[in-house]
Design a protein around this ligand. Structure first.
Ligand SMILES: Nc1ncnc2c1ncn2[C@@H]1O[C@H](COP(=O)(O)OP(=O)(O)O)[C@@H](O)[C@H]1O
Ligand SMILES: [Mg+2]
Length: 175
């Protein structure tokens, strides 16, 4: 899985934030596979970033890392897609939710328990419903270069700090 062509490094911004600079969609997907490999039942990843930032691309990689063979697409209209991997994968996209309270009609609490790995696009829209502990990932586009993305990790809670440290150990750290 590690791709020798990708000289990827995670840069620490401060004690609790790490940044990965992606130079193309394949690097973002590759990073996702490494993350997916580190996840287990009950883990929740909250993604934010503009349209076309690469949230779904990263999730494609995460699902691959969880050994899913399903077709990964943004559940923009259905709000949720379920995939089969080593553990069940629940892929949410809240871009088109009418209002945050509509999440209550989805039976989301059942998903947000320990039944699988939860990956959420546009998590900020339903921020009030998210648990305290999660891995927050923000993807920033670079309007000077269409292939460059800044992928910023903010772990909340010990479990997610550990995932970020493991990720750094695999991908390598820069300065
Ligand atoms: N470094 C990169 N990482 C991810 N996607 C990239 C990158 N550079 C260009 N792209 C392109 O940006 C688009 C990202 O789309 P997508 O993953 O669906 O974004 P989102 O789910 O955030 O709307 C794709 O067309 C992809 O090819
Ligand atoms: Mg998307």
């Amino acid at each position: 899985m590690p791709n020798k062509d990708i000289k990827a490094k995670v840069f620490r911004d401060n004690n609790t934030t790490a940044i990965f600079n992606s130079n193309g969609p394949e690097e973002t997907i590759w990073l996702g596979t490494i993350i997916g490999d580190l996840l287990q039942n009950g883990d929740l990843i909250a993604l934010n970033g503009d349209l076309g930032a690469g949230k779904t691309s990263l999730i494609k990689g995460i699902a691959l890392g969880l050994k899913s063979q399903d077709n990964i697409t943004s559940p923009s209209f259905s709000i949720i897609n379920e995939y089969t991997g080593i553990v069940p994968i629940f892929h949410f996209d809240f871009y088109r939710i009418g209002k945050p309270e509509d999440i209550e009609d989805l039976g989301y609490e059942e998903y947000f328990s320990d039944t699988g790995v939860i990956l959420i696009e546009w998590a900020k829209i339903i921020a009030d419903y998210l648990p305290d502990n999660l891995l927050l990932i923000n993807i920033f586009m670079d309007y000077q270069n269409i292939f460059t993305r800044k992928i910023v990790f903010k772990p909340k809670g010990k479990r997610y700090e550990k995932i970020m440290e493991d990720l750094e150990a695999i991908v390598g750290t820069g300065h």
